[in-house]
Design a protein around this ligand. Structure first.
Ligand code: COA
Length: 253
């Protein structure tokens, strides 16, 4: 039997899971997928990608069922024109976004407010200079000021912040990466984030209110994994929980 989950307003729950966690049973998660998801799972070339997809979709269904009081297998999704999934059935104000990198999966869930989440495994960024060339000039300058060791952390910090924001907007890469700039300096009077810096949206040429409307929060769900959540600035509480054990790993706010 699954227990209902409560989500107060102005609160976001981040659910972390590791694909290698042997307590999490693949068959249970496969059994709640719909035909289209099973088809997608079978299209992956590598078994690890199939496993990751099944666990990500199965756990999302299980969590959404607990927040909405429904059956995981009866949940239906729809997508916006850029591929962002939303709940179609049951009708509910619950919003979510999912991300994965290496063996890490994170779901972000809130009531009635758009949100986006991204995680990345921090690795050598030397081969990703072409991606950085699409960043805003101020971001490129911040990257350029780092020594080689610091460069990888700065690169993936920018990456997760930018991805989380475009995912919150539901735009994906249809929004050009230099149309908005993330600042990563510590802002006076602000509480510092997971990496000792609190990012914020300095400017967005398509939305001049973005800086006041959105909040970016860094988190570290695992070693060498960096994450960012983009949420409505009214959000007060963000809890990072471990899927399966229900334990609260961190309170981010
Ligand atoms: C698809 C995209 C939204 C995220 O892709 P990603 O970072 O590779 O993947 P993530 O694991 O973080 O997120 C994938 C999930 O986001 C969701 N998603 C898909 N399109 C989305 C959109 N437009 N907005 C928000 N979420 C979206 C889906 O649930 C997807 O999971 P699913 O395929 O199992 O359904 C898009 O931004 C992209 O293609 N990015 C490529 C990465 C890149 O080059 N980034 C540049 C550096 S900033």
């Amino acid at each position: 039997m699954t227990l209902p989950l409560e989500l107060p307003s102005e609160t976001v729950h981040l659910w972390y899971m590791s694909v290698t966690d042997t307590r999490i049973l693949l068959d249970n998660h496969l059994s709640v997928l719909d035909e289209e998801e099973k088809y997608r799972a079978n299209q992956f070339h590598f078994e690890r990608d199939r496993t990751r997809f099944i666990l990500a979709r199965g756990s999302l269904r299980s969590l959404l069922a607990r927040y909405t009081g429904s059956d995981p297998a009866l949940i239906r999704f729809k997508q916006n024109r850029y591929g962002k999934p939303f709940l179609q059935h049951p009708h509910s104000p619950v919003q979510f976004n999912i991300t994965h990198s290496a063996g890490c999966i994170v779901h972000a869930i809130a009531y009635g407010t758009e949100l986006g989440v991204d995680v990345e495994f921090v690795r050598n960024s030397a081969g990703l200079a072409s991606v950085a060339s699409y960043f805003a000039p101020g971001e490129q300058a911040w990257l350029g000021a780092a020594d080689a060791r610091e460069h990888d952390v700065r690169f993936f910090t920018l990456w997760v912040c930018k991805e989380a924001y475009i995912k919150a907007l539901g735009r994906g890469l249809s929004k050009s990466l230099d149309s908005f700039e993330i600042s990563l300096e510590t802002r006076k009077g602000r509480k510092e984030g997971a990496e000792g810096i609190e990012p914020w949206i300095l400017s967005d040429s398509e939305n001049h209110a973005a800086s006041a409307s959105w909040r970016l929060m860094l988190f570290k769900p695992g070693e060498d994994i960096l994450g960012c959540l983009a949420i409505n600035s009214a959000t007060q509480i963000v809890e990072l929980r471990e899927y399966g054990t229900e334990q609260i790993m961190h309170s981010l706010s």
